[in-house]
Write a protein that binds this ligand. Structure first.
Ligand code: SAH
Ligand code: SF4
Length: 405
């Protein structure tokens, strides 16, 4: 390994997070809500009951103000409004694709010293019976995967749990996805009683580099008294932060997806530079040890199809050999090009040949249909879209409806 390799692995330093003067209760765990109530003088004996009430209004009903929380006394409502908000990230742009895919650009409080806006993307991919929300875990990403647009962004900071949960709330606000809500009339939403049925941590950022916030957020999202999305319908995608994989299994317990993209360390070092720190063998060992992995709860392996780089039949064969013995699903993702990227998406014929090898090895429907082509739904690309991409550049998209549930 070259001595400079470590420097190439990650960007530093992280951009500063400056909390808003009036904190939002969104993203607070039960314990944090209890403390927040304590700070405005609610007696200890009352807090548990009050937390239950707030939890219901915030996470089950999706209320954005304290005023209408009828089970909370008037005095307490006023006190809460004086000290706290229920703010979610501010949606500054929305794009709706003809197939119903929606992308939101969301603005977060920035660092007053840097003056650069902190922006993230959240993407909604509806299907007939489910709707998948692709959520970001960081502004930008400290890692530098060579095919990923997010990796090129200079500005990086971790999102707070509130900003992660806030994306789910903001999406449900926009979709009228609360009890008694009104669905949008444009685009498509699933037929069931919920618009957002699945969550994938596949937006901007590396979730396992922001572990505590992601964990707290996902535990809130899966809590049955609130948003109530089952952990089987939540998928966390990682580029392979090996030491955190076991913790993710033990402390979050959601589905796991691994951005594999190559079967040899030499190539993976180039595509996913974090591989220099945690090579394929160690990564796969962590997958074998992932708590709860079974045939009923398979690990998804993502493989981006890069023309002439990783898409040979030999590599397809090596891929199925490599994953032998791991309860796995394989997702072949058509590469989504961006201005300045050095790669091209594999030809469709080659993707089909590659996919046939994977299929013959017993993996079902390995290619995901590109969605939201017209609005560049690949996570990390809305900003480039607003920077005016040419039509030619709007090519095959990575797919994001990853879960089968
Ligand atoms: N940082 C995490 C999650 C966010 S990226 C991770 O890397 O897994 C989500 C997925 O999109 C990853 O599999 C990533 O490799 C893939 N991806 C990133 N840029 C892409 C592009 N231009 N085309 C296709 N897939 C891409
Ligand atoms: Fe970061 Fe994932 Fe993009 Fe790599 S693929 S730069 S880990 S967001």
């Amino acid at each position: 390994m070259a001595p400079a390799a470590a420097a190439f692995l990650e960007k530093a330093p992280l951009e500063r997070y400056v909390a808003p003067q009036k904190p939002s209760l969104v993203g607070m765990t039960r314990a944090e809500l209890s403390d927040a109530l304590g700070r405005v003088g609610v007696a200890e004996g009352q807090r548990k009951m009050r937390v239950q009430q707030l939890w219901h209004w915030i996470y089950f009903r999706g209320f954005t103000s304290f005023e209408a929380m009828t089970s909370v006394s008037k005095g307490l409502r006023a006190l809460l409004a004086e000290h706290y908000t229920l703010d979610r990230p501010e949606v500054v742009a929305e794009q709706v694709s003809v197939d119903g895919t929606r992308k939101w650009l969301m603005r977060l409080p920035g660092d007053p010293d840097s003056k650069l806006p902190h922006e993230i993307e959240t993407v909604y991919i509806p299907d007939t019976e489910r709707g998948t929300l692709c959520v970001s875990s960081q502004v930008g990403c400290t890692l530098n995967c060579s095919f990923c647009h997010t990796g090129t962004q200079r500005l990086v900071r971790n999102l707070t749990a509130g900003e992660i949960v806030g994306q789910v709330l903001a999406a449900r606000d926009r979709l009228g996805d609360w009890p008694g809500g009104t669905r949008p009339t444009d685009g498509v939403v699933p037929t069931g009683d919920r618009c957002v049925t699945n969550i994938v941590m596949m937006g901007m950022g590396e979730p396992l580099y922001n572990f505590e916030a992601v964990r707290d957020a996902l535990l809130i999202v899966s809590d049955g008294d609130g948003i109530g999305i089952s952990k089987r319908r939540i998928t966390l995608s990682t580029s392979g932060v090996v030491p955190m994989i076991e913790r993710a299994g033990a402390e979050i317990g959601c589905m796991l997806a691994i951005s594999l993209h190559a079967v040899r360390d030499e190539l993976r070092n180039e595509l996913v530079p974090l591989n220099r720190k945690y090579p394929i063998k160690e990564l796969l060992q962590a997958c074998r040890n992932y708590p709860g992995a079974s045939n009923a709860k398979r690990i998804t392996f993502e493989y981006v199809m890069l023309k002439g780089v990783n898409d040979s039949i030999e590599e397809a064969k090596a891929l199925v050999r490599l994953l032998k013995g791991i309860p796995a699903k394989i997702n072949l993702i058509p590469f989504n090009p961006w201005p300045g990227s050095h790669y091209e998406c594999s030809d469709w014929e080659q993707i089909e040949k590659f996919s046939q090898v994977v299929f013959d090895a017993g993996y079902a429907s390995p290619v995901r249909t590109p969605r939201g082509r017209d609005i560049l739904a690949a996570c990390g690309q809305l900003k480039s879209a607003s920077e005016k991409l040419s039509v030619r550049e709007r090519m095959a998209l990575r797919a994001m409806a990853m879960t089968d549930e």
